[in-house]
Ligand binder design. Structure first.
Ligand code: FE2
Length: 158
């Protein structure tokens, strides 16, 4: 049995989980990830923002994200082919980074606590009472993804 506590589908105190994230260090990024973060920051700015706030054109809103996502996918495939452990390790660090970014952006936006949201996506995704909780829940999804990759990495050791 794995020692990882997945949170998807469980009732959890989202604020407690956010605190846990912020008290836990981000998994160390390799050079590839660091360059990727730098490139993203150069393209989209160093401040944590929601994409809508940036008023992006088609290139940065649609085209580049697709290219970057595609490139990341092939990169993990190539790494997998060289050594599956590297691929799992890099993805775990990427998910850990995402988890921390979501929790930090919530911390930076106390006004989101009172901002209610309605979305058709709640047909498929756990409904949250505020914008803050929605982002906390998404952050926890990233933590689950990280656990998934770490488990994959551990399987490779056996
Ligand atoms: Fe993820």
């Amino acid at each position: 049995m794995s020692g990882y506590e997945y949170t998807m589908g469980k009732v959890v105190d989202l604020k407690v989980e956010q605190k846990k994230t912020l008290e836990t260090p981000v998994l160390k990024a390799n050079l590839i990830l660091k360059s990727m973060y730098l490139m993203m920051n150069l393209l989209y700015g160093f401040k944590r923002t929601l994409p809508e706030e940036l008023h992006l054109g088609w290139l940065k809103k649609v085209f580049l994200p697709r290219i970057i996502t595609g490139a990341y996918y092939y990169l993990t495939r190539i790494m997998w082919w060289m050594n599956p452990k590297w691929s799992f390790r890099m993805n775990a660090a990427f998910e850990s980074h995402a988890e921390h970014e979501y929790m930090k952006i919530v911390q930076e936006h106390p006004e989101w606590e009172n901002e209610q949201i309605e979305s058709e996506y709640f047909e498929f995704y756990p409904k949250q009472k505020s914008m803050a909780d929605l982002f906390r829940r998404i952050g926890l999804d990233e933590r689950d993804h990280m656990y998934h990759s770490l488990e994959g990495m551990e399987r490779m050791r056996k």
